[in-house]
Design a protein around this ligand. Sequence first.
Ligand code: BG6
Ligand code: MG
Length: 221
Amino acid sequence: MPTPEAIIFDLDGVIIETDEYHYRSWQRLADEEGIPFDRAANDDLRGLTRRASLLKLLKGRVISEDQMQAWMERKNAYYLDYMGRFTPADLQPGVGEFLRAAKAKGLKIGLASASQNARPILHLLQINDLFDAVGDAFSVPNPKPASDLFIWVAGRLNVNPARVIVVEDSEAGIEAALRAGMLTIGLGSGERLAKAHLVYARLSAACLEEALNHLTRVQSS
Ligand code: BG6
Ligand code: MG
């Protein structure tokens, strides 16, 4: 029976809970510019790039490219204020254990994040050494829900996409992984994860052995 050979993790909302900080940064920008925005609107930005998030926030308002750049930089400056304080204590519960269990099992470990801040965050969390390949917002032109980033990371890991498990919290991320022909674990709740092969509320509730058994059965059915 073919077994998974690699696990590719998303970063935001999986390895570290950054949603609140992205939310506060977008909210500050929106307030300064008089654009209606709230937490519910922010939930729709999960997994989207900075540019795609700004376009959603603008809801059809048209601004110049220079203004887009300036607003994205301003939002990111607000976010960096929070990010600069990240430490290993900010790792989501269960992540360290899950990563180490996967390593011990001989699985290759990858990261596939839509964020331009992914590499510095891995360093701040002191887990960069655990990853065999890191894909971020700079790796491919087409962001999630396109499959490109996951395919790119699988290539770096030298693993067939069909032997990869993806751990994701966003609808765009699950969609991208499915398009890449990968097995998926969704983290969280609600409709956004309906298409995932397996869903856990959080990684601390996941058992690697159980997940591998389940996903191996999915693969061979
Ligand atoms: C994704 C997050 O991982 O990265 C989004 O889910 C975020 O909320 C996106 O907007 C881009 O992040 P950054 O750090 O490049 O602005
Ligand atoms: Mg995410």
